[in-house]
Write a protein that binds this ligand. Structure first.
Ligand code: HPA
Ligand code: ZN
Length: 330
């Protein structure tokens, strides 16, 4: 049996969490009612029943449709507040939260509304509960680089107002056919602005996309990265440079990246010396928050207490906070 109490007691950081993917069906229903949005489901159970995915795209279709209920600053606040409560319950001390402005601006929601709602919840949790966090703005890779560039430009005036939170950019959405190179220019600019860089790569895409994320985008961490194992030279680099992978086991299972968690390479990569971390990705859609991911892995692999300690330590090591903050956690 998994070491549930030990996992729960482990202080941890969460580095791969899409805030839109933490939208639970109950809140989706409540916000749909509040905003007079019609959902193609007549119950919370019907929404949950629809969450049966065959690949990344089959998930993204529902994820973007669900996000349509998010309209006001209060909606983004409520969404973020609910995630923080779940994270604190899992002994998450620090979260670096992805958000997808283009999903909202495409529907006529102002980018300031998105920033303000998320940030209000994060600051309140910091001040009242000591919960630490950052915001990582993600570009949608199925859209053009021009669209990503306009998004970055529209966020620029917010840099000062959110300097305590917004410190990175990332790349998500449909991976295959949208290689990192497509976004080389916008990431160069983001990096010059002093923002941290991450990118989803090697979830469905080949190892070449991980090389591209590192060399063309300057990624400091790779989100997912599980296909790195197919390329020994890449594995050697990840280990040598201690480039963290933010692995999301239940996501990989639900999106059919792996057939069974017993075949997942998380433990193999950890044993090989890769800086692996465990994260939830889109907990509402994939059936579990971070501790559920730890428990599922501990049952399937299995993981020793020393592995679990290493995974938790890796999450702090890989975080984008000051060295003094990181040292305090480690
Ligand atoms: N991969 C790509 N895009 C995403 C994901 C993911 O796992 N979750 C939310 N957007
Ligand atoms: Zn993700």
């Amino acid at each position: 049996a998994a070491d549930r109490a030990f996992i729960l007691g482990l202080p941890k950081a969460e580095l791969h969490l899409h805030i839109e993917g933490s939208l639970e069906p109950e809140m989706m229903f409540a916000l749909a009612r509040r905003n007079q949005v019609t959902l193609p489901y007549d119950s919370v159970e019907a929404i949950r029943a629809a969450y049966q995915f065959t690949d990344l795209q089959s998930f993204l279709d529902l994820y973007y449709a669900g996000a349509a209920v998010l309209q006001t600053e209060q909606d983004f606040y409520d969404l973020t507040r609910a995630y923080i409560d779940r994270a604190i319950a899992d002994n998450v001390l620090h979260a670096e939260i992805f958000f997808d402005p283009q999903t909202h601006t495409a529907r006529g929601i102002a980018i300031t509304t998105v920033f303000a709602g998320i940030a209000r919840a994060l600051r309140e949790a910091r001040d009242q509960q000591g919960f630490s966090s950052r915001m990582i703005l993600c570009f949608l890779r199925h859209l053009s680089e021009d669209d990503a560039m306009s998004t970055l430009e529209s966020a620029l005036p917010l840099r000062e107002d959110y300097a305590d939170l917004w410190n990175g950019v990332g790349l998500d959405s449909s991976e295959l056919g949208n290689p990192p190179e497509k976004f080389a220019h916008v990431f160069t600019i983001a990096q010059a602005m002093g923002l941290h860089i991450v990118a989803h790569a090697g979830e469905e895409g080949p190892p070449a996309y991980i090389w591209g994320a590192l060399d063309e985008l300057g990624a400091e961490r790779i989100d997912h990265g599980v296909r790195a194992e197919e390329d020994p030279a890449l594995m050697e680099r990840l280990i040598k440079e201690q480039i963290p992978l933010t692995v999301c086991p239940l996501s990989n299972l639900k999106l059919c990246v792996v057939k069974d968690l017993r075949q997942h390479n998380l433990k193999r990569m950890l044993d090989a010396g890769v800086c692996v971390t465990i994260n939830a990705d889109d907990p509402s859609y994939f059936g579990g928050y971070v501790n559920d991911n730890f428990i599922a892995c501990a049952e399937a692999m299995p993981l020793t207490r020393s592995d679990l300690l290493q995974l938790a330590a890796n999450s702090f090591r890989a975080s984008f906070v000051d060295d003094s903050q990181r040292d305090a956690w480690l």
